[in-house]
Design a protein around this ligand. Sequence first.
Ligand SMILES: Nc1ncnc2c1ncn2[C@@H]1O[C@H](COP(=O)(O)OP(=O)(O)O)[C@@H](O)[C@H]1O
Ligand SMILES: [Mg+2]
Length: 231
Amino acid sequence: MLKVEKLDVYYGNIHALQKINLEVNEGETVSLVGANGAGKTTTLQSISGLVPKEGRVNFLGEDISKFKAHEITKKGIAQVPEGRRVFTGLSVYDNLILGSYLIKGSSDHILKRIYEMFPILEERKNQLAGTLSGGEQQMLAMGRALMSRPKLLLLDEPSMGLSPIFVDKIFQVIKILKEEKTTILLVEQNANLALEVSDRAYVLETGKIVKEGLAKDLANDPSIKAAYLGE
Ligand SMILES: Nc1ncnc2c1ncn2[C@@H]1O[C@H](COP(=O)(O)OP(=O)(O)O)[C@@H](O)[C@H]1O
Ligand SMILES: [Mg+2]
């Protein structure tokens, strides 16, 4: 579904991504793990068209490397950004509806499904998003992305800064999405959690993919355990 080839990103003198190759097949959950500063966010943002890049991004057989961010969204790629970034001055409901602007016809059924996954969003639908806790805002950010019925969902550090209860809740939903065959590219510093829900994974170190494989193999790899799994 997604094929990234020889992706290079520079921020001035910083060579943030160095010839990255990765693939996500339809229905797969793939994670990209790595330390802070490894280039995980940059990878997602270059797929979404948010940072200038060199190299090729192919999505559903089409070269989208030169597409602008809004054109990439239209193709069916939705990103949930690091740090959520919901519209704090708008209600929960309005945030969700904004996510569905590309949907032709009624989005009521999608909204209903999102409320089933995240009941708290229905309870708080009339509240300003800025009054939600961090975990609730993360749910809202995910809900908003799902409102566009994306073909590919990019999740950037959904567990960051959340209490264990919210982390569990977010990962339960990721598991549900996975069971429903949503295609997901997940970025996480929490490699334990990411590998647990993923089919395959890539390990990124200072802008380079240093390892890739089945998530269950990487979870048992001694060097990965030592570097990322706190063992
Ligand atoms: N807008 C930017 N300007 C300059 N350097 C940046 C910018 N964004 C990221 N970087 C640098 O690029 C590298 C990768 O960052 P990032 O993709 O955010 O990593 P990660 O998400 O894995 O923590 C880091 O060295 C970071 O400091
Ligand atoms: Mg990041």
